[in-house]
Design a protein around this ligand. Structure first.
Ligand code: ZN
Length: 252
């Protein structure tokens, strides 16, 4: 007998699952608004059409479902056999017929959701390995998927913006990215300021003497930090405007 509801009762995890499901529904809406012909159009990602984005999100759900299955069974099943296999899969997916591409997205999203729903409460702490080689508890898969569906919904270039992404997700996203910069030391002489919070939030090389300062509201700062666009963000050094706004350090 298959459960019709999540087996976990952890409130934080249930909230995370809700955000992942909302993001999936949001991506579905932006995808479904596009006609078959419009799928051939460019996405916001260099070299990728909207077909590539849709294929990537479909295969991403399958890859994440493999991690959830790993947590459930203890049998190691990596996200992807290799980076080449992942990239090849996306290029292949982009050539599918529109109906097959849409089915790939729909079915993979349903499958992942079933895997999450049926994962026993204790198995959410079982360790799995991400494509980047990080060892994480299975509950991290919820955030991994959340990030993908929300950000790539914007990449479909069909009217969605970072302002459509819920604030807690933008905050966590910005934390992830700036944490990666700090770990790699790529934020030297760079200070970011989020100006839309009650209390201004700063990150980066806050001890630098004359850093490049990038500031803007949360959604625009997150958009800039992911390497997408610079609208709504200003740059300055020692009080003088810097134009154009320099690109953010690489994220992934
Ligand atoms: Zn992605």
């Amino acid at each position: 007998m298959v459960a019709r509801h999540d087996l976990t009762t952890d409130p934080q995890l249930l909230e995370g699952l809700l955000q992942a499901r909302r993001g999936t529904a949001f991506f579905a809406r932006k995808l479904n608004e596009l006609s078959d012909a419009e799928l051939d159009g460019d996405s916001l990602l260099p070299g990728w059409t909207r077909r590539h984005v849709a294929a990537h999100i479909g295969y991403n759900a399958r890859a994440i479902a493999r991690l959830v299955e790993w947590a459930a069974t203890g049998v190691e099943t990596p996200m992807y056999a290799s980076t080449e296999v992942r990239n090849h899969e996306i290029s292949f997916g982009a050539t599918l017929s529109p109906i097959a591409l849409r089915n790939l997205f729909d079915h993979s999203a349903v499958h992942l959701n079933v895997e999450w729903r049926d994962l026993p409460a204790d198995a959410w702490q079982h360790k799995v390995k991400t494509a980047q080689g990080r060892i994480v508890p299975a509950e991290e898969t919820v955030w991994m998927r959340t990030r993908e569906v929300w950000v790539h919904a914007v990449d479909l270039d069909n009217g969605a913006t970072f302002s459509d992404i819920p604030e807690p997700i933008l905050e966590r996203l910005l934390n992830d990215i700036t944490g990666a910069w700090a770990a790699r030391g790529t934020d030297k002489n760079l200070v970011g300021r989020v100006t839309s919070r009650q209390q201004e939030q700063a990150f980066g090389d806050t001890a630098a003497v004359s850093p490049l300062e990038i500031s803007g509201p949360l959604a625009d700062m997150a958009c800039w930090a992911t390497g997408r666009a610079t609208a709504g963000v200003t740059a300055s050094r020692e009080g003088k405007h810097v134009t154009p706004v320099p690109p953010a350090p690489a994220w992934i």
